[in-house]
Structures are given as C-alpha cells and as structure tokens.
Design a protein around this ligand. Structure first.
Ligand code: FW2
Length: 297
C-alpha cells in the first residue's frame, strides 16, 4: 500500500527551545490517525534552521515513540552531516535523507554526487534524497539519481509539481521508493506508480489523506478529488498567512492540541492573524461535508 509520510512540524517554546514533549504527542497522534511514517527535520519542520544537535535531540525523543522515521540530516556543514549519518546508524529507523547542498548557484553535478556518496559511506546503508529545486536551487534529476544508483539511494521525495519527473525516477530505477512532496498531488500520487506522499498538510489533516487513499481503493475517484480539493484549499490558505508559521495554527485548530510555536525568523502569527485564519479554516470545513465526516469520525 502507498505510504502517507508526514514532514512533522517542530514545536518550539517561546524561548526558541525545541519542545520534545509536544513533538512526541503530535507524532503519536499522527500515527494513531493512520500516518505510516514521519519525515523529521524537513522543510515543514524548519530543518534548515535546526542545529545538528537539535536534530539529534529530536531523533532521540521520537525514537521512544516510533522508529518509522526518515531523518533529514542535510545542511551546508558537511562534517555535521556526516556526524549525524554515523550516529544514525545506531537507530533502527527507516533511514536518513538529505537535500543537496543549497544556496550556491550552479553547483557542478559531480559535487552533488560526491555529497550523497559521502553520506552513504558514513551511514553504510542506502539513503533518501530530498529534491526541492525551488528551495535548494538544484534539481536532482532522474539522470543524477541514476548515476548514484540503487545501491546508494533507497528513495526520493520529490517536491515538485512535475509528476512526469517523479515517474521518470521510478522508470529509471524501478526499486527506488518515489514520493511526491506536493500537497496538491495526493490523489495523483496514490493513483499512479509512485510509492506515496510526503505531505505537510498531513500535520493538520492526516485523516483526510487516509480518507483519500481509502476512497481511491473503493474507486470513488470523484469523492477522493473532493477531499483533495479541500486539502489543496487548506494549503493555499496556509500560504496566504505564511505556511511555515500558519501550519502551527492549522494543526492546533484541526488536531485540537497545542503544538508550540515556530522559531524566529519564522515569525508566529499575531493574535489577529490567528483569529482570522481560524475563522477561514472553519468556513472551509463547513463547506465540505464529506471532509467533515472524515474529520470528525
Ligand atoms: C517537507 C515536505 C513537504 C514539502 C512541502 C513544501 O519536508 O516539509 O515538500 O510542504 O512546500 O516534504
């Protein structure tokens, strides 16, 4: 069965410290709702602003709850990345992942290949690649992945709306796990040859993602599209307020518990913005009956 993986938000307290208790509670709830695995320290989890020690602290905390974790260890300090890769060997998690080195334009392909080969050598198991060209500036194309090969790469999370590229990975490397990282392509991912989704919206509507998968299995495509449409609208709403911060409010509102706050420079929404976002969320949910029954069952 195709997987629902959630790039979990990182709860911080108001002093900027990671709140591991809130993280554990949130992850337990996600798993209970039918989520298959957790992507730790991804984009939604504000991975690029976490220190490598914070990432390790979160891994330690979460391992008491689940081992179904893909641990995102990438950053620009390669020594830190390789330290985490070596330390991660002691855990029975699903694996480690990394985005390519980012920010610097026009990185030669061979440097990116060397980056992943070094992580593989340190971890001593096949790794996951996180492809998000809009954010990193580098597209880990199917041909780059093919050069790394299935011995080095176990899977890829492709955060692009280009479904053709996701399918091309699968065609070139049939054993590879391929996930889309796009909240708007959940139906397409489940209804295709891909292995599932890594969806930020899974933080606040995990039950809707499970519902989409169930509806498609029952061949109720139109209903699945209706639920997808609501998920898409919620993510658009999140973007309107600044999704990296709005995700905390959406999760609190729709999951019903406190998940802390983001850390600056991802600024928490002020009271007025939170109030207005919550009203818009309620309005959207009211408009969609099918989703409502999935949400409150
Ligand atoms: C992550 C994800 C989801 C993202 C997407 C970016 O790590 O947060 O790809 O929400 O807008 O996989």
């Amino acid at each position: 069965m195709q997987k629902i993986i959630v790039p979990v938000i990182t709860p911080f307290d108001t002093s900027g410290k990671v709140d591991t208790e809130k993280l554990k509670k949130h992850v337990s709830n996600l798993l209970e709702k039918g989520v298959d695995a957790i992507f730790l320290a991804g984009t939604t989890g504000l991975g690029p602003m976490l220190s490598f020690r914070e990432k390790k602290e979160m891994l330690d905390a979460l391992c008491g709850v689940t081992q179904k974790i893909i641990f995102q260890i990438g950053e620009l300090n390669l020594e830190n990345v390789l330290t985490l890769a070596k330390e991660a060997k002691d855990y029975s998690i699903i694996g480690v992942a990394s985005y390519p080195p980012y920010y610097f334009p026009n990185l030669p392909e061979r440097w990116v290949l060397s980056y992943y080969e070094k992580i593989y050598a340190a971890y001593e198991h096949p790794i996951y690649v996180y492809n998000y060209p809009l954010a990193t500036g580098f597209n880990v194309t199917p041909s780059v992945l093919k050069q790394l090969g299935e011995n080095v790469v176990k899977g890829i999370k492709n955060t692009m709306n280009d479904l053709a590229q996701s399918l091309e990975y699968k065609y070139l490397l049939p054993k590879l796990e391929v996930y889309t990282g796009s909240d708007t392509l959940i139906v397409s991912s489940f209804a295709s040859a891909l292995d599932g989704v890594v969806s930020g919206a899974g933080n606040y509507v995990p039950h809707l993602l499970v519902k989409i998968r169930e509806l498609l299995k029952e061949h109720k495509t139109q209903d699945a599209l209706k639920v997808q449409s609501l998920v898409t609208k919620l993510t658009q709403l999140s973007k309107k307020y600044g999704s990296l911060s709005a995700n905390y409010v959406l999760t609190e509102e729709l999951m019903g518990y406190d998940v802390g706050v983001p850390r600056e420079p991802i600024f928490y929404l002020d009271e007025q913005q939170r109030f207005s976002l919550k009203s818009e969320i309620r309005e959207l949910i009211r408009e969609n009956e099918l989703a409502q029954s999935a949400l409150f069952r």
